[in-house]
Design a protein around this ligand. Structure first.
Ligand SMILES: [Zn+2]
Length: 287
């Protein structure tokens, strides 16, 4: 082979290699930064019905508890299910509430604690979804002064000490324990501060996130972290994730909602059979 032919072959090989590298870089860029999906209120409402079922099958909420999502078209409003057990919620059971947590459609019987959601949306413009749960595993940390902390890698989003809402600070000694007004909701939002989770003394927790999927993820792993911390405390002195460990592992965890499709499939099997068995008078929305 002549020198000229060798140079040409070398150039050709380099060109092919450059094309392969460019194609790989483009594919990687697309996988890291997927094209933004269209985000509409209807899409959020449909995903919200699924979120109810997932939180039920993952034991975060039972016959009580709720999850909401902020409206895209009117960000001062949010969507939440009417007063119905979470596993039985369908798309048609989800209604819009205004900035004072009142239903836009009059006459619909909404959950009494919807003020948790409305006041958190008011105080935290970064929040797009809120979960409220009575998960038993978190309650001991709200009543003992023992802090809930990130002890397992999937809960790296937790702060070094999860804040606790003491309702007596807002509503006095003679209170309902529940958050059933804008005033008490504002007190809860203040206790939440910039945290992703706030415990509620003798009651449960509220969890927030910049997406609905992430709120579901955080609610599931907050209660698991609490269960593990309880076990660890019974064995000895737990070694918690430090701030840097928590932040680094959380960046990895929250970059992929890999479990979402599995949670959807699992929860739809359970909720579909429950909804089929639901009495007709409950199935029909109140209004
Ligand atoms: Zn509650």
């Amino acid at each position: 082979m002549s020198l000229k032919s060798s140079a040409r072959l070398l150039l050709f090989t380099f060109a092919i290699l450059a094309l392969v590298v460019l194609a790989n870089q483009r594919a990687m860029a697309q996988s890291v930064n997927p094209q933004p999906v269209q985000d509409t209120d209807e899409q959020r409402i449909q995903e919200l019905a699924i979120a109810y079922h997932i939180l039920f099958t993952q034991n975060v909420i039972d016959g009580w508890g709720h999850v909401s999502v902020r409206s895209v078209s009117n960000p001062r409003h949010f969507f939440i299910a009417r007063n119905l057990a979470p596993a039985l919620v369908t798309r048609n059971d989800i209604f819009e509430c205004d900035e004072n947590s009142q239903p836009v459609k009059p006459g619909v019987q909404m959950v009494g604690e919807r003020f948790i959601h409305g006041e958190i949306y008011r105080a935290r413009p970064d929040v797009q979804a809120v979960v409220h749960s009575h998960a038993p595993a978190v309650v001991p940390f709200g009543v003992t002064g023992v802090p809930l902390r990130p002890v397992m890698h999937m809960a790296g989003f937790l702060p070094q000490q999860v804040p606790v809402f003491e309702i007596r600070d807002t509503a006095g000694e003679d209170n309902e324990v529940l958050v059933r007004s804008t005033r008490v909701g504002a007190g809860l939002a203040k206790a939440l501060g910039d945290s992703p989770v706030v415990l509620m003394r003798g009651h449960g927790m509220s969890v927030v996130a910049p997406t609905l999927k992430m709120a579901v993820f955080r609610a599931i792993y907050t209660q698991l972290d609490a269960a593990i911390e309880l076990q660890a405390l019974s064995l000895g002195t737990p070694k918690f994730l430090n701030e840097r460990e928590a932040a680094r592992v959380n960046a990895i965890n929250e970059s992929s909602m890999r479990a979402w499709d599995y949670w959807v499939a699992q929860s739809e099997v359970v909720s579909a059979s429950l909804i089929r068995a639901m009495p007709k008078q409950i199935a029909a929305p109140a209004n």
